[in-house]
Design a protein. Sequence first.
Length: 547
Amino acid sequence: MSDTALLSVRNLSVEFTSGERCIKAVKSLSFDIHKNQTLAIVGESGSGKSVSALSILRLLPYPVARHPSGEIFFQGKDLLKSSDRQMRAIRGERISMIFQEPMTSLNPLHSIERQIGETLLLHKGLTGIQARKRIIELLELVGIPQASERLGYYPHQLSGGQKQRVMIAMALANEPDLLIADEPTTALDVTVQKQVLELLKSLQARLGMAILLITHDLNIVRHYADRVLVMQHGNQIEDGDCEQLFHSPQHAYTRQLIDADPTGSPQPVAADAAILLQTQELNVWFSQKKNFMGKTLSWFKAAQDITLSLRAGETLGIVGESGSGKTTIGLALLKLISSHGEIHFNQQLISPMNQHQFRPLRREIQIVFQDPFGSLSPRMSIAEIIGEGLDIHRVGNKESREQAIIDVLKEVELDPECRHRYPHEFSGGQRQRIAIARALVLQPKLIVLDEPTSALDRTVQCQVVKLLQSLQNKYQISYLFISHDLAVVKALSHRIIVLKSGRVVEQGEASQIFNHPKEPYTRELIDAAFFYESKALANNELVNTTS
């Protein structure tokens, strides 16, 4: 153990047992984290990053999980030998964690105020006005607009990015000595991502807080980490100083991660391609306040006067900050929420259809949701999840359905043998690939992709982008691509719509939007999205010039 380290991990191994089966998730991992230092753990999905972090706080499902070897010292105390009472005093007070999936980490039955207030009450004893003042301060720190008005909101009333910000506020509430950030910016749009990371950096400088950062975005790692540890299949591949590792990686796998960025552009759409989807003045309003008679007094206008069109074989990217209405539009097009205005699909007016009339068309319009864990039933096997649509729409016989499930798992690069397992047995990135397979298996004409790559590491993102491109070229599938990752949007989209506060700010060809944006808001999004790439390029040029 290092005398100066805040946290020392030595020869940590993690195994999961199921009957006679044993999975070695982490093998002899060792590292130190010092006060005011940021250590980033990177690697592909399933490499053992999150399992290692959860071991520190002893949050793994014991006794299914066990540590055949290893020690974890925090300020001189071995956490693996600490009592449950001692660990409860440390969790949330001395060591906090931002989890990867905010929807499953937040209690759907409790308001935002109550959930953040709980950790303040348990560790600080704050209640009433003092607690509310601190909660509002935390929500404002992480960029929640109109924080005082959102205290009574429940998780389902917030966008994916806003839920992640609430998780960050909870983790920072007691100003911990060590913050474990497991994909802290996965669900955040590019502008808020930069704000949150700068916030963590400023708090670190002020409090001397150490940060264990787990992420698949190496551009973030390069800009914010002091040291980097690379993992693959549970093994510690390489670790060292951040700049040194990026300039001269010692392992081929590290170079593969560094070079992995979505590139290329979609093939041009045929000139005579028919319009598959079209909307005219689409509006989605939510009741915000009612009187005692139930009459609505005020409305939240989530989407206003949205007019768009999408051709066969085309990808329309929808970008904008969290809460701008991106997902709302996707759900309205799928008739999963009520809307007003005209929606035409494949030359049919679908907006006035009821659910029974629309059901046959659901085979042709599929969706990949933002939160893969929340959208996959924990009680169904992977084969049942993927095959459910085939059963509902009565596609083929039992044997052909089984073969279709095997084929689509191969397409998303998952072992078909895993189809008998359940969602909780997969990493976040693997669950997202299962969600994509479920949408692809019916070979639809339109897929609404709601942040489909946000939970995936960069190497898998590149694979998924190539997969989506090849499927589009092969089957002429149209995509409505909702994302805050503009690098992926740029690689996939033919045209782009920019949203802000439920309204279309700008739309046009992808090349025109990225190279010559007309609106300041569009320029702000693009600058924030490619900030880290520009910084890295400038650093490389400086190094080359100096050399």
